[in-house]
Design a binder for this molecule. Structure first.
Ligand code: 6PG
Length: 257
């Protein structure tokens, strides 16, 4: 286990984006199986963006398709752009094509964030969805079994943007923010939810992420959102490909043999 200055995460470096997708799919399977040994459901919150798409497509193919207990799996989103589900920028719309339409899962196991409402109404609707689904833990927060996060080259994660004061909101599970590409209103889960998760996995791929990864791992004062993600009791996993890790000076992370 290679411990990094970024909140003691486990770092794995995949040879390329294809292996990163496979490693992500394997982790998804492993977490689903481990979770169902402990409880009757597997609750996962997933990111949008381009990085995880190859992994999502893999999950609907063998060997992952039949290895995952889809009947007990419940899929939430970490964030959403406030656009209709059929808009090309919709995270739900993209994942529906890549995964949801291809797996044996019912509509009541899928929890898209409402992109067609005004942000404030949408955030309280999603908060209600979370309250209704989760048996609140002792800390009174929903506990996801796995959260998949990406990182923008500007250092954002989910839709928590560097320097955005709303990202620091406390006492809320879902907030509305604005920014990113496209620069639209968004919903996002908050640090409080992320830091209650049993496992958080950052999936990061590509040379354009190398500099922000170096900043994250080498400048604790950069105050970037991913540096505020430290699961209280859960695992933190960094799944990078060699391009995204190419500027890291960490010289002995658990790269794949
Ligand atoms: C979003 C995503 C966002 C994403 C990063 C990385 O809705 O935009 O949730 O947080 O994970 O922007 O995106 P790429 O994987 O496309 O680089």
């Amino acid at each position: 286990m290679k411990e990094s200055i970024v909140n003691k995460g486990h770092i794995t470096v995949a040879a390329d984006a294809a292996e990163l997708a496979r490693k992500g799919a394997e982790l998804f399977c492993q977490m689903a199986k481990e979770t169902l040994e402990r409880q009757g459901y597997f609750a996962v919150a997933i990111s949008g963006g381009s990085t995880p798409r190859a992994m999502y497509r893999l999950l609907s193919q063998e060997p992952y398709m039949s290895a995952i207990p889809w009947q007990q799996t419940h899929i939430f989103w970490v964030d959403e752009r406030m656009v209709p589900a059929d808009h090309p920028a919709s995270n739900y719309g993209t994942t529906k094509k890549d995964l949801i339409e291809k797996i044996p899962i019912s509509g009541d196991q899928i929890f898209p964030m409402p992109g067609h409402m005004n942000p404030e109404e949408a955030s309280s609707e999603y908060q209600t969805k979370l309250e209704t689904f989760f048996i609140k833990t002792a800390n009174n927060y929903p506990v996801f079994d796995l959260i998949l996060l990406g990182i923008g080259s500007d250092g954002h994660t989910a839709s928590l943007f560097p320097g955005d004061p709303s990202a620091e909101t406390r006492g809320k599970w879902v907030i509305s923010t604005k920014g990113g590409n496209p620069d639209v209103f968004r919903l996002t889960l908050t640090f409080e939810i992320f830091n209650q998760a049993r496992c958080i996995c950052f999936l990061v791929s590509g040379k354009e992420k190398a500099l922000v990864m170096k900043t994250l791992f080498e400048d604790p004062n950069a105050q970037l959102p991913p540096q505020k993600i430290r699961p209280a009791r859960g695992k933190l996993i960094w799944l990078l490909d060699t391009s995204a890790a190419s500027l890291l000076t960490v010289n002995n992370y658990a790269s794949e043999e």
